[in-house]
Design a binder for this molecule. Structure first.
Ligand SMILES: [Zn+2]
Length: 531
């Protein structure tokens, strides 16, 4: 007697092998059998004729570290068929927290932190324990963020760490790895990652490598300096021994367009020589980040509250205006204020969905004044969407065999702000728009890039495939109707065609509806012996 039998589905098993018809048997939290199970009895039979049965999707690049505590049902991910979120990306993890970084980390996530009743941890291990005990619909596989590590030891200062500080940072990473982190991430455009030199990153990535962890990076420059950044990232991997994950691979800004394929040639070259280098990407030509990121890095020294002080100071403000005139927005001449949209603003809901240029025209003011005023009024929490990529580059990235599909989004509260549609539509968009409609890649290849490819990268040996003995994270969808419905104008729309989602053997989406169940787990990396 089984718990669930998924009958007569088109099994796309995550390995990249062609689809085949069969039944899948689930007992407890695991897949126990595949084949003809027509004579096997089960508590629950799901008839899936003409539906695709796939491993649950694994989002290698996610930012739900705090949001999963605020919205445990993780609706916008579960409804896409995502069963595991990899958090702690872009150098940002909500731990460790010390006196030196607690304000810095409160700024952008202030509201979420209020919702969850404040920060109840100091160390990364304590944070994992909170995460472990909280109900959640998806599994969480955490990375530790270099930004949190660095700022907990030396604040947001623009300098190299002393030997003692570096030693302290190493120890923090070591403890996090022992507690089950899957690796370390950096965000080298953000405070304080932007101040870190290669040596520091290599030293910390070495600790991750010792425990079989990866090095994931939001690189220093995703525009004209893309290739240099790719080489820097790979260098860290080679020097430290950690597998390299290039986060949200893109070529941002018109002058850089076309460089994704050059970047991929570099990655291929190292893979051919036996190194573990790969990337992930989302299927949209716009990115999203905090508004503070567009300001010059010197103006962000000390964190977003210091930036706000500087914006309020006439003289420094004028220097910032000059910087924009001379070097452009985000130090790239290509970007103009018409490409930057307000995604969420606590104090200016009326501006959500509008570009900074549009707001400037509406309010008859200067764009720098507009950006500055919104950031000050929001006390640093504003998020933006930047339209800066080419469709060709996006296709190049998402179709490449070394690139996993990731969303770069986070769990959302329905109706709040105008977040990037990737939060709601990434996976169905690839399956519907790029696989079925444009035939960019095959269905089995797309699913491999959403399942076994990220699982293998993480060393997650019991997820990402439909195989007996693997955990029963399963997504069942209609290949003829699956698609995203979320748009930039109307983002809070769940996709269509995702019919059933099982997490650890429990049915979380049933006939297209969220059951409210929260069978997700905190995944901890199993320690491997050092070779
Ligand atoms: Zn990032």
């Amino acid at each position: 007697m089984l718990d669930v039998v998924i009958r007569n589905g088109i099994i796309v098993d995550g390995s990249g092998s062609p689809p085949f018809r069969g039944d899948v048997g689930v007992k407890g939290d695991s897949i126990v059998s595949i084949g003809d199970l027509s004579r096997v009895r089960a508590e629950r039979v799901i008839d899936t004729s003409n539906l695709v049965v796939s491993p649950g999707f694994i989002d290698l690049h996610n930012h739900s570290d705090l949001e999963i505590l605020a919205v445990p049902t993780a609706d916008n991910y579960i409804m896409q068929g995502v069963t595991t979120l990899v958090t702690g990306n872009c150098g940002y993890s909500p731990a460790p927290i010390s006196e030196l970084n607690k304000d810095l980390y409160l700024a952008r996530r202030r509201k979420t932190i209020e919702t969850i009743g404040g920060i109840r941890w100091g160390s990364f291990e304590e944070y994992l324990d909170v995460l472990d005990k909280s109900p959640k619909a998806t599994n969480i596989a955490p990375l530790i963020g270099h930004g949190a590590v660095r700022s907990s030891v030396m604040g947001a200062e623009n300098r190299e760490p002393t030997d003692r500080e570096l030693g302290e940072m190493r120890e923090i990473v070591e403890k996090a790895m022992k507690a089950g982190a899957f690796g370390i991430s950096t965000g080298l455009i953000y405070i304080p990652g932007v101040f870190a030199k290669k040596h520091e990153i290599v030293e910390l990535a070495k600790v991750s490598a010792r425990y079989g962890g990866i090095y994931a990076s939001h690189m220093r420059d995703e525009g004209n300096g893309l290739i240099d950044s790719i080489i820097e990232t790979i260098y860290v991997g080679l020097e430290s021994g950690a597998g390299v994950e290039i986060s949200h691979l893109k070529a941002a800004g018109r002058p850089a367009w076309g460089n994704v394929s050059r970047a991929l040639r570099v990655i291929e070259d190292y893979v051919r020589r036996g190194y573990d280098v790969s990337a992930d990407a989302y299927p949209y030509t716009a990115s999203s980040t905090g508004l503070e990121a567009i300001f010059p890095s010197w103006s962000r020294e000390g964190g977003v509250y210091r930036l706000i002080d500087r914006l309020k100071d006439r003289e420094t403000f004028n220097r910032i205006v000059k910087h924009f005139e001379r070097s452009g927005i985000m130090d790239e001449r290509y970007l103009d204020w018409g490409q930057i949209y307000i995604a969420s603003s606590e104090s200016h809901r009326e501006f959500e969905g509008l570009s900074i240029l549009e707001i400037a025209e509406q309010t008859k003011s200067d764009p720098v004044d507009v950006a500055s005023k919104i950031l000050i009024d929001d006390q640093g929490s504003t998020t933006i969407i930047i339209h800066s990529m080419s469709e060709e580059d996006v296709r190049e990235a998402i179709s490449h065999p070394l690139v996993a599909i990731s969303s770069d989004g986070s769990v959302r509260k329905p109706g709040e702000g105008k977040p990037h549609p990737r939060n709601y539509g990434t996976y169905p968009r690839v399956l519907g728009h790029y696989v079925r409609d444009l035939k960019l890649i095959t269905l089995e290849e797309a699913i491999r890039k959403m399942t076994s490819l990220p699982a293998r990268k993480l060393g997650l040996w019991d997820r990402g495939l439909i195989r007996p003995g693997f955990k029963a994270d399963i997504t069942i969808f209609n290949p003829y109707t699956v698609n995203d419905r979320s748009t930039f104008q109307d983002p809070h729309k769940y996709p269509q065609g995702i019919e059933y989602v099982l997490v650890n053997g429990e049915v979380v989406v049933d006939e297209g509806e969220h059951t409210g169940k929260t069978p997700g787990r905190l995944l901890r990396k199993t320690r491997i012996k050092t070779l």
